[in-house]
Write a protein that binds this ligand. Structure first.
Ligand code: PMP
Length: 408
């Protein structure tokens, strides 16, 4: 990024009025030299940065964009609701319609509660589990991301040990470790929370072993704890009924957000009938949780995903990308690992424990007009056509060539 770029000028101004110039998961300073911080436009599967550079978008704003930026049906539904009123003295009828849609789509959902961010939903799900059981402890997989509140943020800055005192860690895909964690709690387990596959940053992803998923379900049933699936990241891309539905494992509670409204701010917890009463006991709310525009956008997004079979489209695009990358890496003599579902992929280089190669390659992709990430999983959308994937593959091929010139 040249010093005279708009992005550089904005960063300089930001550094004066925003702590660190930027914070959180979209802080480009921690991705690698060359990542733009500021963006001005999105359309379909393309984004433009503040300097006007166009990218094939393989991050989808870290998940929320699932139908492509500015999808007409979603924008029309949101605009109509916005014109009528967004933040009113009570929710609109759309809240009931959206809850009905979720209950219809998701076999483990008998009810839905809404909020804004994934962290709201994971936190609310654990509150429901605690209200239901009267217990305190929650089993959490080591290294899993469930949000940025004090109980779950990966950085300990600004948190106290007491805010995490009720978490007991287990190892993802290791049922024995979950059994041991439960046994150590002396009957005081309110919930086990799990992501539907292991998608921790900085490492290869791992699909859930079906025996592990079934084992967690059985363990929860045995000890009377709630099984909470954090489908915030994976939700709606793999299976519209819930990411563990193909495994035949139904959670008691599910946290949803990210892609639910194609970029509009909304989150939900869905749950089974037995937890309706405890859910009703919570005082859990927010000034903007009932805004109608995001709910209208969510209904349009989910209906469109169902109509077009969004997961199948993303699977097709993701498969084309994965096969293309595999062929390119082999042709350039690199050993790579491609992990996770094809709709939520990630690529690492064998032996690249410092992620130096991944970072160089990702930055080279940027220069070729392809936006992906060196250490966080990527996201496909239903807007990625074969031609878009082929355009992305042109860029990744040039980036492999640059990487070969550098690393031999
Ligand atoms: N859970 C998972 C699995 C996530 O990926 C995220 C967001 N990356 C969250 C929870 C938190 O969501 P939010 O950032 O919207 O609070």
């Amino acid at each position: 990024m040249s010093e005279t770029s708009t992005d550089a000028a904005l960063r300089e101004r930001a550094a004066r009025v925003i702590p660190g110039g930027m914070y959180g998961h979209l802080n480009a300073a921690i991705f690698g030299e060359g990542y733009p911080q500021f963006f001005v436009r999105g359309e379909g599967c393309r984004q433009w940065d503040a300097d006007g550079r166009e990218y094939v978008d393989l991050m989808c704003s870290w998940g929320p964009i699932i139908l492509g930026h500015r999808h007409p049906a979603v924008e029309a539904a949101a605009a109509a609701q916005q014109a009528a009123g967004d933040c009113l003295n009570g929710p609109g009828p759309i809240m009931v319609e959206l809850a009905e849609l979720l209950v219809d789509m998701i076999p483990s959902a008998d009810w839905a509660m809404f909020s804004k961010n994934g962290t709201d939903a994971t936190t609310q799900a654990l509150m429901v589990a605690r209200a239901a059981t009267g217990r305190t402890k929650v089993l959490v997989a080591h290294g899993a991301y469930h949000g940025a509140d004090p109980w779950c943020t990966p950085s300990l800055a600004g948190t106290t040990p007491s805010e995490r005192a009720d978490l007991i860690e287990y190892t993802y895909n290791d049922l024995a470790s979950a059994e041991a964690a439960a046994a150590s709690a002396d009957g005081d387990v309110a919930a086990i929370i799990a992501t539907p596959f292991k998608h921790d940053s900085f490492e290869d992803q791992e699909l859930a072993d079906p025996a592990f998923a079934r084992g967690l379900r059985a363990l929860c049933d045995r000890i009377g704890a709630a099984l909470v699936i954090d489908d915030v990241r994976a939700g709606w891309r793999i299976d519209l009924r819930g990411t563990w539905e193909p495994l035949g494992v139904r959670p008691d509670l599910t946290a949803w957000s990210k892609a639910m409204a194609n970029g509009y701010a909304i989150a939900a917890v869905t749950g089974v009938d037995a937890l309706r009463g405890p859910a009703q006991m919570l005082y859990s709310t927010g000034s903007f949780w009932f805004s109608a525009t995001a709910m209208a956008a969510a209904k349009a997004t989910l209906e469109t995903l169902r109509e077009i079979d969004g997961p199948a489209l993303m699977e097709r695009a993701g498969t084309r990308l994965r096969e293309g990358l595999a062929a390119q890496a082999a042709a350039h003599g690199f050993q790579i690992n491609q992990t996770g579902p094809v709709q939520i992929p990630w690529l690492s280089f064998a032996g690249d424990s410092t992620l130096e190669m991944a970072t160089h390659w990702s930055v080279a992709c940027l220069a070729e007009g392809v936006y992906l990430h060196p250490w966080h999983n990527w996201f496909l959308s239903a807007a990625h056509t074969d031609a878009d994937i082929d355009r992305a593959l042109q860029g990744t091929d040039a980036a492999f060539a640059k990487l070969r010139a550098r690393f031999g």
